[in-house]
Design a protein around this ligand. Structure first.
Ligand code: FMN
Length: 378
């Protein structure tokens, strides 16, 4: 007689308790990609949808929070970066002339393609929007605050807790995970180097340090370091149920996915970006040439030329201001070689553009089947 092995439970009670979700799948806040439609679709499917607040004015953050509340009664998060130089933008006048000249000289090569005038100008000082966005999130008593690229300080965590908001911090080192948990966060996201987008460090590192550790090696270390105190969520290179099953086996409580949700119907990414994420050559690389901070993007003519030039970037996010005319001109004509298409190293396993709710359901079903199958085979 064969005994039926029950399908495994995937969601740990503590992650369910902290985030109020039904599926151990978080969608990453993604600037310019994760708006109300995407976040609401993920939350409605039982995962945690997360709005991206980076670079939004306070009234836009408030409107998006109110809008998502109209579309879902489930918990959702709002994400922002806490990078030192993003929270308090540096003064462009303090940047050495040769750094501006070096960066502008490379950008000028591309300006000529779009008939843009060459420039050696300094960028504008970036707007200081992070602190204003944080105030709106606290006033609106959002369900979950998602911090990245900088460890939230204990005062900030406490202010969120006072209004009933849970806090999640994405970190790329064990040291930052311990600091975040000491500061009171309710969960940490372990960001491995496969991740698409920016590296979650509060200050810029040298390229070799910015590479960081793979998800496979980072997650168990973080589980050992802080897993007895808070849930650990794995991020980087996970695009399907195999990835979720693997991360649960490493001791994570759940997963956070960015790239997989870029290529969904509800994401705000352009059609060309979604196509590049799901077809053809999907090589990715780390570059600081688009924003000034290290990020994983689809490899392109721009990333190759920027690296070869050896140019330095100005601090903070000034590089995005320096190159704005080039990147915008490329976006206007759907050029995929001269603008940032953030993407993680796991995308080669993606080959469709489904609805975001379907992604959550599929990942959970596949992980459950995989673990059940392993259980019954061995
Ligand atoms: C297009 C894109 C934009 C991103 N923007 C943000 C952001 O605004 N805030 C943030 O915390 N992380 C951002 N990330 C990084 C993710 O939080 C996460 O580390 C990563 O997506 C996980 O790896 P994966 O892309 O392989 O799933 C972004 C990632 C991508 C792909």
């Amino acid at each position: 007689m064969t005994t039926e092995i029950p399908k495994p439970r995937l969601l740990s009670p503590r992650l369910q308790d902290v985030l109020g979700i039904d599926a151990p799948v978080l969608q990453s806040g993604m600037g310019g990609v994760a708006g109300v439609d995407l976040a609401a679709a993920v939350s409605n499917a039982g995962g945690l949808g997360v709005l991206a607040a980076l670079r939004l004015r306070p009234e836009q953050v408030r409107a998006a929070i109110r809008d998502i509340r109209e579309r879902t009664s489930k918990p959702f998060g709002v994400n922002i970066w806490l990078h030192d130089d993003v929270r308090t933008p540096p003064d462009p006048d303090d940047v050495p002339d040769d750094v501006i000249r070096g960066a502008q000289t490379v950008l000028n090569e591309f300006r000529s393609r779009f008939d843009l005038p060459p420039s050696l100008a300094r960028p504008d000082a970036g707007a200081d929007l992070v602190n204003a966005a944080l105030e709106v999130m606290i006033e609106e008593q959002i369900p979950v605050f998602s911090a990245a690229i900088g460890v939230p300080e204990s005062d900030l965590v406490e202010r969120f807790h006072r209004v009933g908001t849970r806090t999640v911090a994405m970190v790329a080192t064990v040291e930052d995970a311990i600091a975040a948990v000491d500061n009171g966060v309710d969960a940490v996201v372990a960001q491995g180097t496969e991740s698409g987008g920016h590296r979650s460090y509060g200050t810029k590192r040298a390229r070799t340090d910015a590479v960081g550790q793979s998800t496979l090696t980072l997650v168990p270390q973080m589980v050992d370091a802080v897993g007895d105190r808070v849930p650990v969520i794995a991020a980087g290179g996970i695009v399907d149920g195999r990835g979720l099953a693997a991360m649960l086996a490493l001791g994570a409580d759940g997963v956070l996915l960015g790239s997989r949700f870029v290529a969904t119907k509800e994401s705000l990414a352009s059609p060309v970006w979604k196509q590049r994420m799901t077809t053809g050559d999907r090589s990715t690389t780390l570059t600081d040439g688009f924003t000034g901070q290290w990020a994983r993007v689809l490899a392109s003519e721009f990333t190759e030329r920027w690296e070869e030039s050896g140019a330095d970037t100005p601090p903070g996010l000034m590089q995005s201001a320096l190159g704005r005319d080039v990147f915008q001109a490329a976006a206007n004509v759907d050029d995929d070689q001269l603008r940032p298409l953030y993407a993680g190293a796991g995308i080669a396993a993606m080959n469709d553009v489904p609805g975001a709710g379907e992604v959550v359901k599929r990942i959970v079903a596949e992980a459950r089947d995989r673990l059940h199958h392993l259980n019954s085979e061995y």
